[in-house]
Write a protein that binds this ligand. Structure first.
Ligand code: FNR
Length: 198
């Protein structure tokens, strides 16, 4: 079973990001399982915790949870033309200590949205920049931006427009394809290593 962690850049109860993410979670094929990863409980990152070996229990739980994942899906709004602090904080927590960066090598996909026309472009691209630093291979195309997000959802939070469902399915399919290609290349690498050591 391939494990996909979903990180949402909003803590709001009625968050559009959460609703969109719940719709996307249902689009993964057999053999893939999704899990929403809690990030609202993480204390603000402070390097002293790691430097003084006094890490909050929430950090350890979160880091172990990310380590178990095969890939990560980010669904986020834009805050002040960038990544919401709660998501940025979670990423920072997972990225340190640097030698133990839990994001390393995990394929990722980004979906941004906004209630207006901008579609979270700023957040989407700032997040891409961060994921480069974390060494996460990210789906390049198609980029996924959802504008006027409220109009895409019905009163139960379900995406109501067939064209949007098809678009989200194509986003998931491209992500699954990246994950599979990555699994194959990791497998080939391990096989070569084993052959080399024998
Ligand atoms: C926003 N919002 C917003 N929207 C946008 O398109 N560009 C932006 O730069 C911002 N900046 C911003 C900053 C802050 C602090 C807040 C609280 C909100 C509006 C935002 O897109 C809207 O509240 C979304 O509904 C937030 O996503 P969730 O909570 O619905 O997932």
């Amino acid at each position: 079973m391939t494990k996909i962690g979903i990180l949402v850049g909003s803590l709001r109860k009625e968050s559009f990001s959460k609703k969109v993410a719940a719709n996307i979670a249902e689009l993964f094929p057999k053999g893939f399982e999704t899990e929403f990863i809690e990030i609202g409980n993480l204390p603000l990152y402070n390097q002293d915790y790691d430097d003084k070996n006094n890490v909050p229990a929430e950090y350890t739980t979160f880091r172990n949870k990310i380590k178990e994942l095969d890939a990560v899906l980010f669904v986020t709004p834009e805050y002040n033309r960038s990544v919401p602090a709660v998501l940025s904080n979670a990423i920072d927590v997972g990225s340190r200590p640097k030698v133990a960066n839990v994001w390393n090598d995990k394929p990722a996909s980004i979906i941004s949205h906004s209630p207006g026309n901008l579609s979270g472009f700023g957040a989407n691209h700032h997040l891409r920049q961060i994921l480069v630093c974390l060494n996460m291979p990210v789906v390049q195309q198609s980029e996924a931006y959802l504008s006027n997000v409220a109009a895409l959802l019905d009163e139960n939070g379900k995406v109501k427009n067939e064209g949007t469902i098809q678009f989200l399915q194509s986003v998931v399919d491209t992500f699954v394809d990246l994950i599979k290609r990555y699994e194959v290349s990791s497998f080939v690498f391990i096989k070569h290593m084993v052959a080399y050591l024998e």
